[in-house]
Design a protein around this ligand. Sequence first.
Ligand SMILES: C[S@@+](CC[C@H](N)C(=O)[O-])C[C@H]1O[C@@H](n2cnc3c(N)ncnc32)[C@H](O)[C@@H]1O
Length: 399
Amino acid sequence: MSIENVEKFISEFARSLHEETFVKMTLGNYKGADTHLQKLLLRLVETKKGTRLFFLYRYDMRDTAKNHDFTEGTKIIRELLGKDFFSGHLFTTENDFQLDIGKKDKSRLNVAKPTFKTKPTLEHNREKQVQVNPNAFYLKALGITTDRGEIRDKQQDKWRQINKFVETLSSLFDKSNLKDKKSLNIVDMGSGKGYLTFAAYDFFKNIRGLDVKITGIDTKQELVGLCNDIAKASEFEDLKFVNGWIGDYELQDVDILIALHACNTATDDAIFKGIKAEADLIVVAPCCHQEIRPQIKPPEMFRNVFKHGIMLEREAESITDGLRALLLEKSGYSTKLFEFISTEHTPKNNMIVGTKQAKKDDTEKIAEQINSIKDFYGIKEQRLESLLDGDQLIKKSVL
Ligand SMILES: C[S@@+](CC[C@H](N)C(=O)[O-])C[C@H]1O[C@@H](n2cnc3c(N)ncnc32)[C@H](O)[C@@H]1O
């Protein structure tokens, strides 16, 4: 028994990387300063820069992850073994190695037959799978996962929605002007029970390692209280929930404005706040479109189509969201409107994304288009337009 075993373990680890026999590794028996850290799990991941070691630090209530190249990864393992972690389990396709470090530099290394005879396939999208960590405490607290980190049967749709949302947000962020920012300010309007707010925070903070601050706003005090309690228990220090109305919220400094399934015209209030605060990204998934439908006077040629309630309802939804996208464009945003998760999982699935542009498109042309649509359907008022017009009037009167 000696410290040589530690060196042998590290050199077997490095050799397995070099000879491509590495399967996975776990460091345990943590005795370092962080009272919450429990384990370090390593596997390979395929990234744009080539194959990397994926380090997953498992805490009691959350995980954090980082990729390293082989040299850097081996150096970190060398630093951690015998200082913070006192056991290691290396799986290669040739052997399993179990290292235990005891007192006074004594150590034991067991070599056994391999548990895995073939290497796991490296999926290119493997990184995507950890965009939402199923072991996160907030998922348990919100009832999505069991104590063992399994997704509850009844929560499968919610789980898919959370994953799809984070995947969408991650891709929008990477393509935006914000992509190189190290700190982010996000506001989620109509945050409800906070599933998506928590997932966004965990992703930007713990997976991307950014200095992120998120504020969720909702009128329901009991949900705000619950979410603040879970954020505290998760040690999500910069995630806060505030009780209030979207329309009353003083929004000043924001990079990403989110409003998911905020009821009816609350979506318009949120978009308006985002435009006013010059958010770089505005991400909304509208629901219950009630404003336009009673206003629509179907043109004669559509009378027999829109006599069917469902057709009128769908048309009202399309016009409402189409007008919102046009109003965003008129305000200097490029837009995307798409189905962000299949209707099989949720009926509320359209997403409108506005990305702030350096210069505005031809606003007069867009205004003409908006007016033509409203005239065609006999629409008198659309909330977002009224808010933007009101704001223009205030600006003009101040000048
Ligand atoms: C359907 S839930 C969606 C929750 C969450 N965004 C999600 O997608 O899982 C809508 C939430 O918006 C809140 N809400 C609706 N109108 C609001 C307003 N004007 N101001 C603040 N919150 C509002 C409701 O209280 C509710 O919790």
